[in-house]
Design a binder for this molecule. Structure first.
Ligand code: AMP
Length: 305
């Protein structure tokens, strides 16, 4: 079992979906990721929050066993994201992004965190992602990266630089098309691979996830849920399950990458059932195992000879 290091956003999210809304709830790419990954292995979080960040949120992360020694409290306000979803929950509309303390943030790794074997560069400024990668004392066994339209548009050059050095990228379908400037998803995945990461995971919301490796393509449907409240964080929760599973097993074979995609999908399916990390707080290991078993049934069929 290997430890996992994540750098990303810790945020206060205000989100509206057709089913309700929340104001300044706990969010952020690194938050969802850490919660999810901590089901599988030890997680070390590197991020920053402002002086206004509620103590109770810090406690939620710490109680979960996430190592928050790398979570700096900086002078100023916490990162804030305001988003909205229509009935098509696959597409988030960003109403406002306030970087606040992230505008000046410089991550600092220590001698121990700089040797973590699994690294996840969660959605954050690609310059910070690169900074963390450069501070690693040893090249991790696996480096994965997530990003979004905000950075693909705003910091394409920095993003291309860090992409060249990672093994896995996780993006949603719109981001894959935007990053590759290619409307066809299969071609887009191949084009992203050509930028560096040998493995590309395209998250497709209610349509599942696509895994593209050097060897082959693998497709997983989304868990068939009857009530979805808030898709925020589904992608990061997916990534937490995916990376957590890989770090736990230490096996980077293609067969294990496929298993990891199933665990990621199962974790992601919990995230959307309540606002913020509400549902993740309640998930039990038997519930997770049951969802993984459901995935097997969902796609199993017998070929007639
Ligand atoms: P997702 O898993 O893609 O739904 O990610 C949702 C999370 O990303 C939210 O909790 C936001 O706080 C966070 N987020 C939104 N915009 C940004 C951004 N530009 N940089 C970093 N994190 C962001």
């Amino acid at each position: 079992m290997s430890d996992l290091l994540v750098v990303g956003s810790v945020a206060l999210d205000s989100v509206e979906t057709p089913f309700g809304k929340v104001q300044e709830a706990l969010g952020g790419s690194a938050t969802y990721f850490s919660y999810s990954a901590s089901f599988f292995t030890a997680v070390h979080l590197v991020a920053t929050v402002g002086e206004d960040f509620p103590e109770a949120h810090l406690k939620l992360l710490a109680d979960r066993g996430v190592d928050i020694r790398g979570l700096q409290t900086s002078k100023g306000r916490t990162f804030r994201w305001t988003g909205q979803y229509g009935y098509d929950l696959n597409e988030a509309k960003t109403l406002e992004t306030q970087l606040n303390v992230f505008a000046e943030f410089r991550p600092v790794l220590n001698d121990v965190s700089g040797r973590t074997p699994f690294l996840f560069l969660a959605n954050i400024d690609p310059e910070l992602q690169l900074d963390v990668l450069r501070q690693m004392k040893e090249r991790p066994k696996l480096v994965a990266l997530d990003t979004m339209n905000f950075w693909i548009q705003g910091k394409r050059e920095a993003l291309r630089k860090v992409l060249a050095e990672v093994d896995v990228v996780t993006v949603n379908d719109g981001e894959a098309r935007q990053l590759a400037s290619e409307p066809n998803l299969i071609r887009a995945a191949r084009a992203i691979s050509a930028m560096g990461p040998k493995t590309v995971v395209v998250k497709r919301g209610e349509y599942g996830a696509l895994l593209s490796t050097e060897d082959r393509l693998f497709f997983v449907p989304a868990y068939p849920l009857e009530s979805v409240y808030d898709p925020t964080g589904a992608g990061d929760t997916f990534a937490g399950g995916f990376m957590g599973y890989l770090a736990r097993s230490g096996d980077l074979s293609d067969a294990n990458l496929r298993r990891a995609v199933i665990y990621g999908s199962a974790m992601g399916s919990f995230a959307v059932e309540k606002f913020s990390i509400g549902r993740l707080l309640e998930v039990t290991k038997p519930e997770l195992a049951a969802r993984v078993a459901d995935f097997r049934r969902l796609v199993a069929f017998e070929e007639e000879l």
